[in-house]
Design a protein around this ligand. Sequence first.
Ligand code: ADP
Ligand code: ZN
Ligand code: ZN
Length: 684
Amino acid sequence: APLQSLSSQMIARVQPLTTTRAVRGPFDYRIGAGQAVQVGSLLRVPFGSRSSLGVVVELAERSELAPERLAEPEAVLGAGVSADLVELAEWMAREYCSTPARALGLMLAPGAAAGMRARLALVAELTPAGHAALNGGDDVRLTDRQRGLLAALSQQGPTVAAELDTSGLRRLEGRGLVALTRRARPRRPVSHAVGAASATAPPLTDEQAAALGELQAALGDGAGADRPPEFLLQGVTGSGKTEVYLGAVQATLAAGRTAIVLVPEIALTPQVLWRFQARFGDVVAVLHSALSVGERHDEWMRLRTGEARVCVGPRSAVFAPLQNIGLIVVDEEHESSYKHEGDPRYDARTVARRRARRHGAVLVVGSATPRPESVLVMRRLRLTQRVDGRPMPAVEVLDMRGRNQPLHPETRMALADLRRAGGKAILLLNRRGWSNFLSCRACGRVWLCPNCEVALVLHRNASAVACHHCGHRERVPERCPACASVSVARHGAGTERIEHELREALGEEHFPVFRLDADSASLPERARTLQRFEAAPAGVLVGTQMVAKGHDFPDVSLGVVLDADQTLRFPDFRAEERTFALITQLAGRTGRGALGSRVLVQTLAPDARPITFATRHDSDGFLADELERRAALRYPPSASLIRIVCSAEEEALARDTATAIHAELVSLDAAVLGPAPLFRLRGR
Ligand code: ADP
Ligand code: ZN
Ligand code: ZN
């Protein structure tokens, strides 16, 4: 009953949707006669000398300002948000040091700020009389053309009139055989491959059934449970986690509630989405960036109106405008893409947890390599076996110390064997380009980015050296600008060089080499590369960490990680966790083929903890050890970490500010690390 108290609550507190941090709303407006306004309404309001969009965050009876000084909204626009999202936005503004306006900006209908509306179209459908006429029950005379139109409607259901024959349909409407109505015409994203996924659930394995049983019980408990229903579904790749999510969504829908399913990346791993669409059909809406803004708007509206009740999408789908949420799933919960790099710097996993609690919903996060954070606080459900019963692949460590070829002889041999047998391999190297850096053999000069304190990376295909931080590019140098020597050394290897070496070594015939990294131009192009690799009977896929993410190639029998300690060298307390996850995830995607299975890990640090645990497929061992290390060092989840970054064009200014902040913080009851210098990035 949204409007019952409208007569007494005449003031709307509005957050203008501006990105300026200096604007501190909310501001009061007097609700005009006939304006239906509630918390979450999207308004156009006069703001200073301009007008601005704004969202109502509160209704009030009086304002501190005199009524005559208050302006009225210019318009109430269609697509507002619900009150729980307004509350979530205010929480996010506090939690992530942002503003309510910026947080609200994430929650509105896509394109709403630009005035996007649903497209209206004339839609035709059969009336009962039309059905009867088509089936020849009554003696209605129809031309062949008219019979064709009725048959088309009978087959397709409601159809946009213009797609058939508007004037022909009008005549049938006149005879009561067809109904024409003007309605929103959804721009539906089409998944062409949905058909390949199964519409029915397979009989579950015992482990799946046990996990699903726990979730169903929690769904039934509702708010009565003694602790929040938060679950970690820990299961190796191929153990059937997605099938458990599907079962939980089914139970949620049956209980009359709605569900959100977060996935790391849809464009590259559409299979998960297809499975949801195949199982639940039209009640599934999808929100992701590869859709046009119009499609996203319409999918959003389907969720808002309740026509769609399951939302599948990447991190931003956590804001899906659903009511009565019963379940939130976070698939591949270890993925760093759940963190938003913009402002607000939210973590969709944290937001999901908060939203689930607010709705009394069950939260399920799943992974083969869960985060220590989740292990510590969530109830663990386990899937220990692959559904197909195959064992995990043997993982071998190859010591690269003292070697200067990018591929270990064992790796070369394994690849040659694989080519002979006609199998498939995935090679992971977390570095793009040809070589890491260039130096002058005569004077030692290293080619650096003019904006960042990093070396430029050679991209031979593009005849350029490029900065991977700011995008700066130069032509490949012919001589050294310092000493004029023409002898330039190339150090290290990136995906481009490995791709080239493999082609040289293996020959392309019958054994194609595919490359997948951020240099392979567009997202659709990358998706096509994956499809081509999948369709090929044999070959190698070389790429950065993208190759270890969520794809399901059933016939890969060799996995290789090059330079496995590279991620370990990152100055980040999560470096070990990432390294473990990368190797384990790649291993999980290997060894479901007919040719047996093998994983090779090339590294300069063969004894590093994460590498040793990964070779044993020992997630529990790694997690226990990692939790202990984090506790000893007071890192999350044993403590909370706040990062303060001072960025300036002048180094001294950043340093002095950081030092001053440090001096203020030491008086707090908190451990303060730093200030630690960062390198120059994008000129700052
Ligand atoms: P995960 O998400 O853990 O990687 P999936 O749910 O994708 O695992 O399952 C891996 C494969 O096994 C998929 O092709 C899926 O259709 C199939 N599968 C899952 N559960 C079963 C089952 N109970 N019976 C038969 N096949 C199953
Ligand atoms: Zn030189
Ligand atoms: Zn740069």
